[in-house]
Write a protein that binds this ligand. Structure first.
Ligand code: ADP
Ligand code: GN1
Ligand code: MG
Length: 370
């Protein structure tokens, strides 16, 4: 993002900030938006400025309304429970001078939220944190369970709809815009081989056996903040994709990112595999708090881990075939490396499938659920 400090100051002047800004620096490593940390005189890290990727979030007004609905709802819930540290437990967005929760500068959309002080996110976590993360996302979904489908829109239509993602994938393969399909024939075949079995949720939904719920839809490990000092859980962040969808999204995406012994884009496939300890801890935390789950949903949890990993492989490969138009990449073959890494993780999840199902049955039979 090529902007000068002066330009950032101009953007920030549209929001009523406290203190005089001393620096604006790049922050975090998401694949979609640009995130910056705003420090004020005296050295206090005070705000987070984000440029919203509006090529992806086409209706920014709806996006920011969704986020406002979600954060206000969570804030009310926290107030009801007598929470004292609310500003560190839920994101607080600042209105811009136009009264909306974003500013459009003619080219880009910007938003500002309070920086959560003394917080830390992780790219890799230990068992203890995985348990807390499970509780965090279970609690997050529970707090939002009473929001109706109408109060939240789909900020990206069909975001975690597997049938739709496969349609996009097949369109990319047949267009083959930059002639990349011939080197990925094996991956294409591996995707097609699993395609039908990966669309169970859509099928169950049509049959009336599964409902939609409010999901976070991006439960990557680094979208949770913990206290820097005592490590306690603070807040779920990155709320762009909170929307009605299928319940496995939030469980599956955490296992995909948190229970992998390697990185999401690990070029060394030998490093990739399932960390069963993390899987157990997260599942235990999630089942403890996601009190709304039906038996069908619970039984599908291990499948959800495979589904979200498969979906991510399909999305990365689609982007690779399309010429890297969606995800930020760090080198030319990055999306292909990501796809291979996701596939390796999927194979490992498939190997552990039975063990994972037994573990879920054991946990749900442990009196952890009502
Ligand atoms: P992206 O959509 O690019 O993933 P995020 O909203 O997840 O952007 O922010 C990227 C990183 O910035 C997070 O992983 C977290 O470490 C940090 N971060 C984001 N918002 C805050 C905040 N309000 N307070 C402190 N750190 C934050
Ligand atoms: C994107 O913004 P970030 O990095 O948290 C993507 C997720 C993917 C993820 C893969 C809006 O998330 O869906 O799972 O990359 N977000 C969007 O790392 O597409
Ligand atoms: Mg993020």
């Amino acid at each position: 993002m090529e902007k000068t400090q002066k330009q950032f100051l101009q953007i920030l002047s549209r929001f009523s900030l406290e203190g005089k800004v001393s620096s604006v620096e790049p922050f975090g490593n998401g694949h979609i938006n640009d995130t910056l940390k705003v420090t004020v005189d005296g050295g206090e890290e005070k705000y987070v400025l984000q440029r919203i990727n509006h090529a992806i979030f086409k209706d920014v007004d709806k996006l920011q309304q969704n986020i406002h609905t979600v954060t206000s709802h969570i804030r009310r819930r926290l107030e009801e429970t007598g929470e004292m540290d609310i500003d560190r437990k839920v994101l607080t967005f600042l209105p811009a001078e136009n009264g909306k929760y974003y500013h459009f500068d003619g080219n880009n959309y910007w938003r500002v939220c309070l920086f959560i002080p003394h917080s830390k996110s992780y790219e890799e976590i230990n068992t203890e944190k995985a348990f807390e993360a499970g509780q965090a996302f279970g609690h997050f979904q529970t707090m939002l369970a009473d929001l109706s489908e109408e109060s939240l829109g789909e900020t990206i239509p069909n975001f975690h709809n597997m049938e739709f993602r496969l349609t996009q994938f097949r369109e990319a393969v047949s267009a083959d815009m930059i002639c990349r399909t011939k080197k990925v024939q094996e991956l294409i075949a591996a995707i097609e081989k699993r395609a039908e079995s990966m669309c169970i949720q859509e099928k169950l939904y049509r049959e009336g056996k599964l409902i939609k719920r409010v999901n976070h839809c991006d439960t990557k490990v680094n979208n949770i903040l913990f206290d820097e000092k005592d490590g306690s859980l603070l807040c779920v962040i990155d709320l762009d994709t909170v929307m009605p969808g299928f319940v496995l999204s939030d469980y599956g995406d955490f296992i995909r990112t948190g229970a992998n012994t390697g990185a999401e884009d690990d070029p060394d496939l030998d490093r990739i595999g399932v960390n069963m300890e993390i899987f157990r801890a997260y599942t235990r935390g999630y089942l403890e708090t996601a009190s709304f789950l039906t038996p069908t949903e619970i039984n599908l949890l291990p499948y959800g881990a495979r589904l979200l990993t498969y979906m991510q492989a399909v999305r990365f490969l689609t982007d690779y075939i399309n010429g890297d138009t969606y995800y930020k990449i760090q080198y030319p073959e990055h999306n292909l490396v990501r796809t291979r890494a996701q596939f390796k993780f999927l194979l490992s999840l498939e190997t552990h499938a039975e063990e994972m199902c037994l573990e879920v049955s054991r946990l749900k039979g442990n009196g952890k659920r009502n």
